[in-house]
Design a protein around this ligand. Sequence first.
Ligand SMILES: NC(=O)c1ccc[n+]([C@@H]2O[C@H](COP(=O)([O-])OP(=O)(O)OC[C@H]3O[C@@H](n4cnc5c(N)ncnc54)[C@H](OP(=O)(O)O)[C@@H]3O)[C@@H](O)[C@H]2O)c1
Length: 243
Amino acid sequence: MKLINKKILITGATSGIGLALVEKLYQNNDIYIIAINEHKIKELQSRFPDVVAYQADFSNLIALQDVVNVINHEIQSLDLLINNAAVQYTPMFTDNDFFVKSITDEITTNFTSICYLCYFLLPLLNQQHSAIILNVNSGLAIAPKSTSAIYCATKAALNSFSQSLRYQLNNTQVQVLQAFLPLVDTAMTEGRGSSKMSVDKVSKAIIKGIEQTIIDHDIGKVKLLRFIDRLLPSLAKKIMREN
Ligand SMILES: NC(=O)c1ccc[n+]([C@@H]2O[C@H](COP(=O)([O-])OP(=O)(O)OC[C@H]3O[C@@H](n4cnc5c(N)ncnc54)[C@H](OP(=O)(O)O)[C@@H]3O)[C@@H](O)[C@H]2O)c1
């Protein structure tokens, strides 16, 4: 899919990789975003006045559904849905002050909301001769690390969901793609890890993957991780465990 004159909805577009995608796609496409923070939405719209923005907290499915109803009313069709928004909590289950509600918040934001968006926006995607859902995934879907257990599990669930949805939509014009990202230099990974890939490189790679319809697109070091996981799954697990 050539990303010119397309209607593109990006979630979590007010920072990190989502924002970099807006920066690269804005010039030649109609951009719609769903984001949580009103202030950041205003900031983004001051840079990109034609962006149509909707506000929603993805951990609140009722609020999300309200927004999706509005979108269905206001937009007649959609070429590309980029499910990018996510959160990563790091506390361990063994921590004394572990916040139990964070479990459902993280699962709802990273996984359930995506299922909702795919379901409720499918009619808009089906209006086009060819449309794409791109789910932003992680190398942690292949092998988890010890911290961020829920985050890793949501990404593994997203991988499974994306594959099943792909089968279900096989006879439609909607394709389901995934981009598996390595460690990227964004707010999500602040103070963690080293040799992170830049947002600029990652967003360019994501766009290339969409334009070339790469079904499961391994970006940067994820290519090597996938290779190791095929040959020696126990080594892949060991590498990722303390990542
Ligand atoms: N960074 C990495 O190393 C890495 C690696 C693999 C995969 N990924 C994936 O890449 C995607 C983008 O992450 P990023 O690295 O760009 O992180 P980021 O800069 O923290 O961006 C995450 C986006 O999600 C939004 N968001 C968080 N909680 C939300 C909620 N409850 N409701 C609505 N929006 C919410 C954030 O809103 P605000 O703008 O208001 O903060 C932000 O726009 C995610 O799917 C992430 O899992 C990242």
